[in-house]
Design a protein around this ligand. Structure first.
Ligand code: GTP
Ligand code: MG
Length: 458
């Protein structure tokens, strides 16, 4: 039985749980002690349901005498996502209909739900812990299977289980240290420094285990390689050359590529996903579509594991292009393209030392060397292959580091005078950090920050 993290909420909340915009079906979710009564105001059959989980097809009566076919799913506490009474109305997803349904339910006394409020209630009512609540968001936002796998690992509570047993182990040690503190110096305490040392080491290695998210297994890893550079540098041409086919449109005029184009290939046993977005930089066009293309390009770079920075070797490197080059904060290869043409532009010193490959898409030169350079970065361990699932892992990593630091601060000083007091203090610190992950030492402020990144209706 999980404990309750907070007293039960009393408001009944409502929100559309499906994405915005017109859709064949939308779900309106109500949760709270009055959920059944409020839904019943527009759909009386709901109130008569006896079951813990019931689906009821019927008609919803809306303000203005409109009637609408819906299916209501009634889930009585605690057999629901939030552990409160929940009613979900599945209705046609036209925005105007959803607006009317919401107005009717507001009229019955429901309050609009804040971002992530359903999940927050699931957490506060002890259905899931904080790491799992965050994982709900990560599952929704997962951009690839690696991220999804990592989020599901968290959602199943596997990291929480490791941390909960670690917490119990730390608590037990703390209890023994506190008993020891009650003995006088000359009385025999029960703690043997050698044993203590190995217990602390065990805690640190368990923390390390908890900190390592399930990575992308080597055989399934796909390395995302994004092209980056000014318009017209030859990014799409390089994608086609590397992939060996005409995936992307190539044109003499700049601004050809809009939506990122992708191609997959295997080189030297490593799977690569090549991504060719729009060119960026001050010379890129302005306007709405170009703006969207630019945003997509920047997102592509954020999500990439490796960057191929493409430069037309015949042109001088402008301040603008140099700025772009310097902004790359990932393992990168510089492709000096169009070497078949006679002109050679000026290049800053810092470009001379970069990992570089000369290429010509017209003559088909440099393909192997460019791919070798990319896979070299992988083989040299320059690419972080651990699954990245955004702010969750960053937040958890911070607390796991904090817990490790607390233990490390005391490990060397176990023989010093007053060590027991400091040990007790640091063990409490360690427990606090672990509690921040599983949700036992969180403040409302922290919860506000975490749940505000959720979407409304989740
Ligand atoms: N001579 C020569 N021309 C090239 C080479 N690579 C690309 N080009 C030409 O440069 C022009 C632009 O090529 P793209 O591949 O469309 O360039 P891009 O960087 O994708 O351009 P945007 O999508 O507009 O950002 C085309 O006319 C290509 O044929 C090369 O190695 N040598
Ligand atoms: Mg292009």
């Amino acid at each position: 039985m999980r404990r309750k993290n907070h007293p039960a909420e009393t408001d009944t909340i409502v929100a559309v749980s499906t994405p915005r915009g017109a859709a064949p079906v939308a779900i309106i979710r109500l949760s709270g002690p009055q959920a059944i009564r409020m839904a019943g105001a527009a759909f009386p059959a709901v109130v008569r349901t006896a079951g813990r989980y019931t689906a009821i097809p019927g008609t919803l009566k809306l303000a203005g005498g409109l009637r609408l076919p819906v299916v209501a799913y009634v889930m009585r506490a605690p057999a629901s996502y939030t552990r409160e009474d929940v009613v979900e109305l599945h209705a046609a997803g036209a925005p105007v209909i959803l607006k009317l349904i919401l107005q009717t339910l507001y009229g019955a006394g429901a309050r609009p739900a804040g971002p992530g409020e359903f999940t927050r209630r699931a957490f506060q009512n002890g259905r899931i812990d904080l790491a799992q609540a965050e994982a709900v968001m990560a599952v929704i936002n997962a951009s690839d299977t690696a991220a999804l796998r990592a989020a599901q690992f968290a959602l199943r509570g596997e990291r929480s289980r490791v941390l909960t047993s670690l917490r119990d182990r730390t608590l037990e040690l703390l209890a023994r240290v506190e008993v020891d503190l009650d003995f006088d110096e000359d009385e025999a305490g029960e703690l043997d420094p050698g044993e203590l040392q190995s217990e602390l080491e065990a805690i640190v290695s368990a923390l390390e285990e908890a900190g390592s998210a399930p990575g992308r297994p080597a055989d399934e890893s796909v390395i995302r390689v994004a092209f980056f550079g000014l318009p017209n540098a030859g990014k799409s041409s390089l994608l086609n050359m590397l992939a060996g086919s005409d995936h992307a449109v190539v044109r003499p005029e700049p601004g050809t590529t809009r939506d990122p184009v992708t191609a997959e290939l295997v080189h030297d046993g490593i799977s690569l996903k090549l991504i060719d977005p729009a060119g960026v930089g001050k010379t890129a066009e302005t306007g709405y579509i170009a703006g969207q293309a630019r945003k997509a390009a920047l997102r592509t770079h954020e999500e990439a594991d490796i960057i191929i920075f493409v430069h037309d070797i015949n042109l001088d490197v402008s301040d603008d292009e140099h700025g772009l080059f310097e902004s790359v904060d990932k393992p990168a290869v510089l492709a000096l393209n169009k070497i078949d043409l006679p002109g050679r532009g000026r290049m800053p010193d810092s470009w001379q030392t970069a990992l570089r490959v000369e290429t010509s898409c017209i003559r088909g030169e440099g393909r192997e060397r460019l791919l070798d350079a990319v896979t070299l970065l992988v083989r040299e361990g320059k690419v972080d292959l651990s699954a990245d699932y955004g702010s969750i892992s960053a937040r958890h990593a911070r607390h796991i580091d904090g817990a490790k630091e607390a233990i490390n601060r005391i490990r060397g000083g176990l023989h010093q005078a007053g060590a027991d007091e400091r040990l007790a203090f640091e063990l409490r610190e360690c427990l606090h950090e672990i509690g921040c992950i599983i949700g036992e030492s969180t403040t409302d402020d922290l919860l506000d920050v975490i749940f505000s990144s959720f979407c409304i209706g989740k």
